[in-house]
Design a binder for this molecule. Structure first.
Ligand code: HEC
Length: 97
């Protein structure tokens, strides 16, 4: 098995709830440790799938700048560049609900 196929298989198995986890941009799958991928999971962190990309992006920028109060998202957002945030937001918005 080629490495890319193996990596895709591992990604697909590791993150239930995402139809196309192999297409995820860098960093996107790290969010699902707290924000559930599958519908119907009861967690304090909202589900990102189905949110408009512009909402995810503006929230991440506000966390990054400190304009929006956070317990954890400020640190996560500071670790991502604007292009990475845009790619992650677009990916979550494009996931089947
Ligand atoms: C360690 C757990 C954790 C991880 C990992 C995490 N988040 Fe969060 N997220 C939270 C929590 C908790 C909140 C509520 C704000 C706070 O307390 O920081 C939140 C809030 C948000 C919100 C605002 C949702 C809303 O409408 O209120 C967005 C957008 C978001 N996260 C996106 C992301 C993205 C994108 C990633 C991956 C790059 C990510 N989060 C990774 C825990 C996490």
């Amino acid at each position: 098995m080629r490495f890319s196929a193996l990596a895709a298989l591992i990604a697909a198995l590791a993150i239930p709830g995402f139809a196309r986890a192999a297409d995820a941009p860098a960093g996107a799958l790290s969010c699902s440790g707290c924000h559930p991928g599958a519908a119907g999971v009861d967690t304090p962190a909202v589900r990102l799938v189905g949110l408009p990309a512009t909402d995810i992006e503006s929230a991440m920028r506000a966390y990054k700048s400190g304009a929006r109060a956070a317990t954890i998202m400020d640190r996560i957002a500071k670790g991502l560049g604007d292009d990475e945030i845009a790619a992650i937001a677009a990916w979550y918005a494009s996931q089947p609900k």
